[in-house]
Each structure stands twice: as structure tokens, then as C-alpha cells.
Design a protein around this ligand. Structure first.
Ligand SMILES: [Zn+2]
Length: 127
């Protein structure tokens, strides 16, 4: 996993939450409890981290499930949706602090659209 610099503790926490969710899902579905994620899930982790570090909302971002900006490609979007639905309730057991803070974040209103100037292109990001 690449180390991305997050200029806000909130984004960094969101990143830790999503990384953990993917890890939980992978351990249960692909790795049979072995350490580390399979290559497909590591890819998804990197993808999620990059997307988060480029979120146009920055620290004010709504939780991804509520975000009006579709920054994930359809395939990844579907993958992450399945993972989050499965891992969401389990996060309460594994990482209660992260899970509860995420639940609190879910109650935040979606901030107004920050405008186009901070957004380079409308096209999908390709690494
Ligand atoms: Zn996996």
C-alpha cells in the first residue's frame, strides 16, 4: 500500500476505516484468515486511498455512501458497496471507535458543491 499524505485527520480516519473494511472483507471471503489482503483487494485499497486523497470536498466531505460525486468507476463502486455493506456492522466489533465515528459522520449534512474550479477534469481518474 502506498503512503498517501492526508492534510486532515478526518480524511485520514476515513481512509483507515475503508482500509479496515476491505481487510475484514478480504480475510473472511478470500484469504481464510491469512494475514494481508489478496492482490485484488490491495488494488482496491490503493484505489480507495487515492480517491479519498483527491476528494473535492476535502475535510468537509460527506461519508462516501452519501456523496453526490461519483468518483468511483462503476466496477469499483459496486465492489466497495458490497464490501461496506458486509463490513459495516462488523466494524463495530473490530474497530468500535472508527465505526462509531463513521456513524456520527453519517449524520453530517452534505456540504454545498464546492464548485468546478477545484476539479480538474470530469473524466474518471486513471492511475
Ligand atoms: Zn481479497
Amino acid at each position: 500500500m502506498t503512503k498517501t499524505f492526508f492534510n486532515s485527520s478526518r480524511l485520514e480516519r476515513e481512509n483507515r476505516t475503508v482500509q479496515k473494511m476491505i481487510e475484514l472483507y478480504c480475510h473472511h471471503h478470500h484469504r481464510n484468515g491469512l494475514k494481508g489482503c489478496c492482490s485484488k483487494c490491495r488494488e482496491l485499497q490503493d484505489f480507495a486511498e487515492r480517491r479519498l486523497s483527491r476528494c473535492i470536498y476535502g475535510p468537509e466531505k460527506p461519508v462516501c455512501a452519501k456523496c453526490p460525486v461519483h468518483c468511483y468507476k462503476p466496477a469499483q463502486r459496486e465492489q466497495i458497496r458490497i464490501i461496506m455493506r458486509w463490513a459495516g456492522p462488523r466494524m463495530l466489533l473490530h474497530s468500535p471507535v472508527l465505526a462509531i465515528r463513521h456513524l456520527l459522520d453519517e449524520r453530517r449534512p452534505v456540504p454545498p458543491w464546492p464548485g468546478k474550479k477545484s476539479r480538474k477534469k470530469k473524466e474518471e481518474y486513471t492511475p
